[in-house]
Design a protein around this ligand. Structure first.
Ligand SMILES: Nc1ncnc2c1ncn2[C@@H]1O[C@H](COP(=O)(O)OP(=O)(O)OP(=O)(O)O)[C@@H](O)[C@H]1O
Length: 350
């Protein structure tokens, strides 16, 4: 493993910011830490960077224990939300800074700075000052500065947070391409689940100083290990029912079949909104109920329907639409709702 975090505990007085975190990041991997505000993401990143010393646990980089090593000894490149470029230095001087610190020869600095600026598509911007650049360009300079010295690990803490949506999407893809091309081992922090799904090889979902689950985006989305992960990553219907003899009775839908090995007792089932069908499309589905359309939201390529179930409770359906499709249902209308049992996922814990 390029980066291994083992049993990290960090307390601030009564607050347990990190409550025993284990994490491995492979060489060339893009791993995202996703979690709500206050879950401990930044504290974890700072511990890896060397700005925080943990109360317990170890940080290994390339097999070497760096838990107590100062940041400059760790060979880690970093980009934060708020640019943090040196305002009085030109773009080229900003990018050259890590190489100057390492006392690299002048020709090497010139060559590497030019190459880094080319990689972030800012050739010809070397003489400008940061304030003469847009927010997105400044973040690209910060990225060039973070990679110019060939770091062993790249740390990104909400680097697109201050940018508008269009620019953020463009930079997300740009960073991803660059990261793949250079095979940079990357630890990325965000609270934006969509961003995590787009960027990552794997996602680690954090809550209250702990990692709830780690896995590829598709796995976490389809098979969340906890209620928190199911809820935090994507939109979800969490249906509480009672399991008995490989089926569960769910209010509004009656008995639905469960996978083998499911013990009897209370069970929480995840049903993603896109698994639901309504009105005529529901007829062919093995599991069916009925509900009243409480709200419809048109989203262009899809529509979102909030439905009040006959048995009490609500579910959210997401229906994909073709341009020629009529509206799927009107508010106030009562419609059939259906789904296939293989789209149910039993949420294991919590
Ligand atoms: N220096 C500090 N002193 C006291 N408490 C701290 C300190 N740094 C972090 N904390 C607390 O530790 C917890 C985790 O904070 P952290 O900044 O790591 O969360 P986060 O997930 O990065 O949040 P955000 O997304 O809002 O940045 C919070 O409860 C925070 O208030």
């Amino acid at each position: 493993m390029e980066l291994s975090v083992k049993g990290i505990v960090r307390r601030f007085g009564q607050v347990v910011a990190l409550g025993g975190v284990d994490l491995d990041v492979a060489e060339g991997e893009f791993l995202t830490i996703l979690g709500p505000s206050g879950s401990g993401k930044t504290t974890l990143l700072k511990t890896v960077a060397g700005f925080e010393i943990p109360d317990e646990g170890r940080v290994l980089l390339g097999g070497e224990d760096v838990t107590l090593a100062p940041p400059r000894r760790r060979d880690v490149g970093m980009v934060f939300q708020n640019y943090a470029l040196f305002p009085h230095m030109s773009v080229a001087q900003n990018v050259a800074f890590p190489l100057e610190m390492r006392r690299r020869p002048r020709e090497e600095i010139a060559r590497r700075v030019a190459e880094a600026l080319r990689l972030v598509e800012l050739e010809g911007y070397g003489e400008r000052l940061p304030r003469q650049l847009s927010g997105g360009q400044q973040q690209r300079v910060a990225l060039a500065r973070a990679i110019v010295f060939g770091p062993r690990l790249l740390l990104l803490d909400e680097p697109f947070g201050a940018l508008d949506r269009k620019l953020r999407e463009a930079l997300q893809l740009e960073v991803r391409r660059l990261q793949r091309r250079l095979r940079l081992t990357t630890l990325f922090i965000t609270h934006d689940q969509e961003e995590a799904l787009i960027m990552s090889d794997r996602i680690a979902v954090m809550d209250k100083g702990r990692i709830e689950q780690v896995g590829p985006p598709g796995d976490l989305y389809a098979r969340p290990a906890t209620r928190f992960v199911a809820d935090f990553l994507g939109e979800s219907n969490l249906l509480d029912g009672a399991a008995r003899n490989r089926s569960a009775s769910i209010p509004g839908f009656g008995a639905v079949p469960l996978p083998a090995g499911q013990p009897d007792g209370p069970v929480t089932l995840l049903l993603r909104p896109e698994a639901l069908r309504v009105a005529a499309d529901a007829a062919a589905m093995p599991c069916r109920g009925q509900g009243r359309v409480v709200e419809t939201v048109f989203l262009g390529q899809s529509a979102k329907l909030r439905l009040a179930l006959d048995g009490g409770g609500e579910v959210l359906a997401r229906l994909s639409l073709r341009p020629s499709d009529p509206p799927p249902a009107r508010e106030g209308e009562t419609v059939a709702i259906g789904f296939a049992p293989e789209d149910l996922h039993v949420v294991p814990r919590g």
